[in-house]
Design a protein around this ligand. Sequence first.
Ligand SMILES: [Zn+2]
Length: 199
Amino acid sequence: MAYLKFNTRLSSLGKLDRKFLLGFQKEFQKILWNAIGINALCFFDETNPKAVEIYKIPKGVYNFKKRKYCTFPLFTFSRDALLKAIKRADSDTLVKVLVITDAPLYKRNVDGPIFSDIECGNDIAIVSTSGMKGYPRGPKSIRQRLLKESLYLVGRMIGLPNCMNEGCAMKHAKNIDDIDKKNKAYCNDCLNRLYGGKI
Ligand SMILES: [Zn+2]
């Protein structure tokens, strides 16, 4: 990567619980340190580690026919969070935004369920816990599934393509079983892409 530091600014939309979100942030931070390195930070608010930003889903985003929320206007809505985070960061820091929601999502022109989506500029990604319902704890819990999908989204935002290697966090998941099979880490091929000057 051309940047020395990497910030993932978290933002939440909908009705997810503050405690759940803070727990997620803590664990995701550790995963990023292991996967990318010590200069990868993840936070809701860089000035207050205990603050969690939870927004109401903006009106007009819900599609009554599909009974889901369209990702496209949610990216537009989250642009403010990105601009704020870029303004506060040093010039040698790459900044991306990860929006976490409990709302069921759909992507324009795509049929079928999706867990997540990335805006075309690769600066903002959104991930939903809807459809991730699982065991309260352990590898098949909502939290673990959310962590794995988030690591995939961060990888995509920093330029990693989908990976075919079994267990790699960058393998595209079409369903819950696919997510469960992944590790919370990038494989060596992906790490080589990230640090071998290919991105
Ligand atoms: Zn890989």
